[in-house]
Design a protein around this ligand. Sequence first.
Ligand code: ADP
Ligand code: MG
Length: 216
Amino acid sequence: MKIAVTNLKGGVGKTTIAVNLAVCFAQRGKSVCIIDTDQNQNSAVEWVTYRSPERPLIHVFPFELEQIRTNTIMDLEKKFDVVILDGSPQLSELATRTIIVSDVILIPVNTSLFDYKAFEKFLVLLNETNKNRVAVNMSSVRPYVVLNKINDRTVLSNEIIGGLQNFEVPILKTRLATRTSYGETTLDGIGVTEGRDKKASEEFNKLFDEIVNEIF
Ligand SMILES: Nc1ncnc2c1ncn2[C@@H]1O[C@H](COP(=O)(O)OP(=O)(O)O)[C@@H](O)[C@H]1O
Ligand SMILES: [Mg+2]
């Protein structure tokens, strides 16, 4: 199973969701690796350097376009139960290939106007890429929106969520709130489900269960 966490926007929570998802799989005894495709940041690569060897093992590989093009990714899929691709925000061949090779994509969206616009742009890329997949007899990739940094019920965020519902991409019910523990746990190389913030842990486990129910 290959799950990409991607969107053509930086700072929406791709890496945060990718590493927390990896931790949830690892906590349940699954072998999991992360492919970090964001060569400017390489945040997942950095995150794992802070991770204690006593924690469930998560491999992180920095990946370049050539490796996504070749069979390297298929080899990883044979070795690991779950391969998580942490996306790059640049509109590039790397972003397209990330969608082509994945079974499922999670698209983190925050409720600002800019995020909404970036999501619209991303859907253009997604639809084009899906056409290319279908042309070579692949099934379409299955996309899901993950609402992230949702801490209020403001008119603006409700309007944006309402607007997102008009697209064909399903929105996962579990929303992630803005919580300092997402940033703090990252610095310790852990996920929120390994940390002290019970609310964050409960929230992410709920999202994880929903994802697993949807995709398996
Ligand atoms: N739900 C959240 N609550 C609080 N901070 C968050 C949340 N999700 C992400 N962040 C923070 O937002 C910043 C960008 O997140 P990151 O995962 O690096 O985004 P991306 O990979 O999309 O660029 C980081 O500082 C991260 O800790
Ligand atoms: Mg990132």
